[in-house]
Design a protein around this ligand. Structure first.
Ligand code: SF4
Ligand code: SF4
Length: 371
């Protein structure tokens, strides 16, 4: 498995263009391209956040990929994403604007087809089909450009997790509702990834997010762009760069167990791994459920017993809450109500998915443990 790694000290278009061209060469992307093919770029646009906050893919990375494709004669390039929140034109238009994607209309088309279709999965999958956004279904070639982040539920968000954004808007909470357990949810993410099968995955880790990701964390620049066709193994590798143990990230552990990720076959090309990398702060939700980070059978047994007493729940700061109801909209269990313009949470029924925290624009939701 060829893993590209290039050091990019800052968001500078020329430097990013150079690194992207090298990734494309290492990964032999040119030989995959045919005249007239439809290429879809799938960024991470989780919510309307400006580029100064490392929650979304930086537009300069998308521009570099689109420019490279155009240089190779590919002109049918669409940027497609379904953010958290409704998958409708007005909502997505605002996301494109705030996340800096609207400025890319000279090199690609911003998707404006907000339909989706059911796609059958392979035999033996627990999910027999997924409703997937149309441009992804119709693409001849998919380039997944994710942001490297910590994540309140899954621990890490990179190539695999980014593909959850092919599920249309408010259908995502339904999948959380269906698969509340982290093992089942991670399996579902892998089933989505195996259905979508992106052809190339680039990881924007020039600036990355630590702490309460995927939206409420803080900056932890790695000054790196990564690229690989095998995004399962790349996720494993990227997690090691965060100085976290990939075996503690359920979706990555499952990817290894199922023979999708091959960490023993990484062949690094490009720059050396930078020295002095420091550990990413993990989200409060995971810190509190520290049983996830205990190794082996002891960890599993302890996790079961401790899951109830150590379970973490969201807690709203009434001072910060602006009553926007985005948390209530995204809650799969429908246990959040807005009263007197403030969010009120009911603990009973909470599956600790932290979709509410992820979608809160005011950073008003923190994590509290049961005891
Ligand atoms: S309250 Fe928050 S953490 Fe609990 S189920 Fe709803 S979205 Fe998930
Ligand atoms: S999303 Fe945040 S600010 Fe909006 S109602 Fe919920 S807690 Fe309050």
């Amino acid at each position: 498995m060829k893993q590209s790694l290039y050091q990019v000290p800052e968001y500078n278009q020329e430097k990013i263009n150079t690194a992207v061209a090298k990734i494309m060469k290492d990964q032999k992307v040119e030989k995959d391209l045919r005249p007239g093919m439809k290429v879809v770029i799938k960024p991470n646009l989780i919510m309307a956040k400006p580029t100064s906050i490392p929650a979304t893919t930086h537009p300069m990375v998308v521009r570099a990929v689109a420019l490279w494709l155009r240089e190779k004669g590919i002109t049918d390039i669409t940027l497609a994403e379904s953010s958290g929140g409704p998958y409708i034109a007005d909502y997505m238009k605002n996301i494109y604007r705030v996340c800096g994607m609207a400025s890319l209309s000279d090199v690609l088309t911003l998707n404006n087809d907000f339909s989706s279709k059911p796609v059958n999965t392979a035999e033996g999958f627990k999910n027999h089909s997924f409703n997937i956004i149309t441009p992804i279904i119709e693409a001849d070639y998919i380039i997944n450009i994710c942001k490297l982040k910590t994540h309140a539920m899954t621990g890490v968000s990179a190539g695999i997790k980014n593909l959850f954004g092919v599920i249309p808007g408010l259908e995502k909470p339904q999948l959380h509702y269906m698969w509340p357990d982290i093992e089942d949810f991670s399996n579902m993410l892998l089933e989505i990834a195996r259905t979508v099968k992106p052809d190339l995955t680039i990881v924007d880790a020039i600036d990355a997010m630590e702490g309460n990701g995927p939206t409420g964390g803080t900056s932890h620049p790695l000054k790196l762009l990564l690229g690989a066709k095998d995004f399962y193994t790349q996720d494993y590798f990227a997690t090691t760069l965060m100085q976290l143990d990939p075996n503690n990230i359920v979706m990555i552990r499952q990817a290894v167990e199922r023979g999708l990720a091959h960490p023993d076959q990484i062949e690094l090309c490009g720059d050396p791994i930078p020295e002095g990398l420091t550990q990413f702060q993990i989200p409060d939700s995971i810190k509190l459920d520290f049983s996830n980070f205990m190794p082996g059978p002891l960890g599993k047994a302890f996790a079961k017993i401790a899951s109830k007493v150590l379970k973490s729940f969201p807690k709203v700061d009434k001072e910060k809450c602006v009553g926007c109801a985005k948390c209530a909209e995204s809650c799969p269990q429908k246990i959040i109500k807005i009263k007197n313009k403030k969010a009120v949470f009911q603990r009973k029924g909470c599956i600790s998915c932290f979709c509410c925290q992820e979608m809160c624009p005011a950073k008003a939701i923190s994590v509290k443990k049961a005891l």
